[in-house]
Design a protein around this ligand. Sequence first.
Ligand SMILES: [Zn+2]
Length: 286
Amino acid sequence: MKKIIVLFSFVCSLVSADVSVAVSIIPQKSFVEAIGGDKVKVLVMVQPGDSPHTYEPKPSQMVALAHADAYFTIGVEFEKSWMDRIKAQNSSMKLFDLSKGITRIPIAEHHHEEESEHHHEDEESLDPHIWVSPINIKIIAKNIYEALIVLDVQNSDYYKQRYEHFLQSIDATDKEIREILAKTPKGAKFMVFHPSWGYFARDYNLEQLAIEAEGKNPKPQQIAHLIDEAKEEQVHAVFTSPEFSDIAAKQIAKEVGIPVLKISPLASNWSENLITLAQAIARSSE
Ligand SMILES: [Zn+2]
């Protein structure tokens, strides 16, 4: 009997099943690449220094969407006004919601006496910055994995292996953060210009106080109030991010005598970034 060499599997491995995925923000790119490896190409809409609250896609980015197999949303503000136009660029592009299964918490807003009566927790006041929490990143990772095995079933084993490895690295990051914050008092407060660290604060029993007032720079009277609050509440550090003005933060920090630290919730190295934030909070509350 003649031996038949089956070349089928070899041929299959030569057919590169590149998937092209568009995402809204840089951390999503990091998560998708962690699972997708070299099988997935990622197009990011919001570029470094831009804010996902006010961002508008460039014409060249809209054109590039024609080559995307899928768009992974995460629920940032610009998606609300742009998703219909994004979908219109490419009717065969599949949509996946990476925030599926994540419960959004109310955003930390600065409460002023006159506003407290009509405070309500509608969709507008829920925190969209879901990706700064290892607990949420694990849910996002599951959604990415499930999307990739739909988009590219041939490489399911490859994605599964990388997904499992990614879950381990998320757990390792979480463990490291808990060790760093082991001596930080429960409920320790840190001040931020834009309240983008709410889920991080939730995960690690911390509290963030926002400087901005309804997305705007605080007025001098509000700054004076924040300075008093920072002193009373024993705030140890103020964090700012490159997407926003740091003038008010610097003024408050100077008056209170605490450091201003710059850290972006949109950094690509999500793990190092969260660890850096934890170290800064632990240091400042020593
Ligand atoms: Zn934001």
